[in-house]
Design a protein around this ligand. Structure first.
Ligand code: ZN
Length: 485
């Protein structure tokens, strides 16, 4: 349905714009001359500002949480094309609020190298194509069209070409021939056809080229970068080498590979499924309930298959979602396709209904192909699922800075507690953080408040060595002893 619409729209667009291809070349040419595109082979710039963790907001109404970039340097070679970013990040939210591996202790150096080759993913190519000069270079080569558009009372020539992912790439050129904004859409397993925008302002002359001194990037409607440029070097020698000898693809952008799902019996009719984000499946009398959806659709489908192998002949009636962060919700659409009802804290209900209904036309998943709509049920402070034999308690965590709508899941018969992002176990040799994470302290406080008798903790971010995690380990991690629990 959406695919059909996309195709029809594309045909209509070509017809409407066929007379403007010549105009587009003129508009791109004028902008390129004004911005010094032809003479600009490389650029190196430094900045300070903020980056933000996509999909890790402390609650669904908030923007993505911020991190301070103490230093930021980017080199771009437009001819190769290639790009390298080097930055140092520090904690930005005080007190810590939201995900993205908060609290960040000390300084975190990060770098990203992209050297475009035939097999470079489109989303990485966009990092160069969406720069003002990169956009104009690409538009000249890619049969761009143009139309006049007014936005916010300002007039623009909007130059458009089709990306390799079949989404439009639009560049907004202002009356001074500067590229003010570039927008497109990319596939995201949770957020669907996700808007990706770059906004450029405060243009200054830098060695004959015009360069924006303020750069903002947004994904999913909220900023992911906000940089104030402090220094620009045009056509300096830049040396961008492949990262670890492999084409320079950052690990985060590579397609996630899932190991096979494995399972372990936690009790009668209760199974732990590992091989990715940890999941618990419960065999109720008439149905299966699953806790956590996995970190992406392939993981969700593997979990569904493993649960049905362990518990044959029953529908997956409930999927219990701990919280609406992107990494804990990207498998949800697999369960929407399955027809499961999603149980989540009430803070997340409207948000999940909206996001899980977002079109996924760029990379149609199973829910998109089946045309399935989400069914989301809100949970308050506590909910109990039981068939008389099995008991599953859902509890809302109070004063939990990582996420306002976080559920933990407690199985009183098995004395098992599943938790997400309160305690993410490290190697047993790692020293506990000092001071302890406020999220871990809050988890422990909530376990005490609820008087839960926990023998085994199942962290959704399961320990790499597959060890059994105990309350003693949790209390040690926050600098307390089990006797003072
Ligand atoms: Zn989280």
């Amino acid at each position: 349905m959406f695919r059909k619409c996309l195709a029809v729209c594309a045909v209509t667009a070509v017809l409407a714009w066929s007379s403007s291809a010549q105009d587009a070349r003129a508009v791109i040419g004028d902008a390129s001359r004004a911005m010094g595109v032809d003479a600009l082979k490389t650029v190196q710039y430094s900045a300070t500002g903020l980056d933000f963790a996509l999909g890790q907001a402390p609650n669904p109404a908030s923007p993505w949480p911020k991190f301070i970039n103490k230093s930021y340097t980017r080199m771009i070679n437009f001819d190769t094309p290639a790009s390298r970013v080097e930055r140092v990040r520090v904690q930005g939210e005080n007190p810590p609020h939201g995900g993205g591996q908060q609290p960040l202790v000390g300084e975190q150096p990060q770098n990203q190298t992209i050297i475009v080759s035939a097999d470079t993913p489109w989303v990485q190519q966009l990092e160069i194509l969406m720069t003002p000069h990169g956009f104009l270079r690409a538009a000249m080569k890619r049969n761009a069209t143009v139309e006049a558009r007014t936005m916010g009372g300002k007039k623009y020539n909007v130059v458009t070409f089709l990306g390799d992912n079949k989404a439009k790439v639009n560049g907004y050129i202002n009356p001074q021939n500067m590229v003010e904004r570039v927008e497109t859409w990319i596939d995201n397993p949770f957020l669907g056809d996700m808007p990706f925008e770059a906004i450029y302002s405060d243009y200054k002359d830098a060695g004959g080229a015009q360069f924006p001194m303020h750069i903002v990037q947004k994904q999913g409607g909220f900023p992911i970068f906000d940089l104030n440029v402090t220094d620009v070097k045009v056509n300096a020698a830049v040396n961008i080498q492949p990262q670890q000898g492999r084409g320079g693809a950052p690990a985060a952008a590579a397609a996630p590979a899932n190991p096979p799902a494995q399972s372990e019996k936690l009790g009668d009719g209760v199974y732990l499924i590992t091989g990715g984000y940890a999941v618990i499946a419960i065999d109720f009398k008439d149905y299966i309930a699953i806790v956590e959806s996995g970190q992406n659709e392939p993981r969700a489908l593997a979990v569904i298959a493993e649960a049905k192998r362990l518990i044959p002949g029953k529908p997956i009636k409930y999927l219990i979602n701990t919280h609406s962060h992107i990494d804990h919700s990207s498998g949800l659409r697999g369960f929407v396709a399955e027809g499961s009802t999603i149980l989540t804290h009430q803070v997340n209900k409207a948000y999940l209904e909206k996001i899980l209904s977002t079109p996924h036309t760029l990379n149609p998943d199973k829910a998109q192909q089946l045309g399935k709509k989400p069914v989301v049920e809100a949970v308050g402070e506590k909910k109990v699922l039981t068939d008389g034999t099995h008991v599953v308690e859902l509890h809302h965590l109070q004063n939990f800075g990582h996420h306002d709508g976080m559920l933990i899941v407690y199985l009183p018969k098995e004395k098992v507690l599943l938790e997400a992002d309160g305690y993410n176990p490290q190697a047993t040799t790692a020293p506990p953080p000092s001071p302890p994470s406020p999220f871990t302290v809050s988890l422990l406080d909530n376990i005490r408040r609820l008087k839960l008798d926990v023998q085994r903790i199942v962290p959704v971010h399961y320990p790499a060595d597959n060890r059994v995690v105990t309350m003693a380990e949790l209390t040690r991690w926050v600098g307390r002893t089990p006797s003072t629990q």
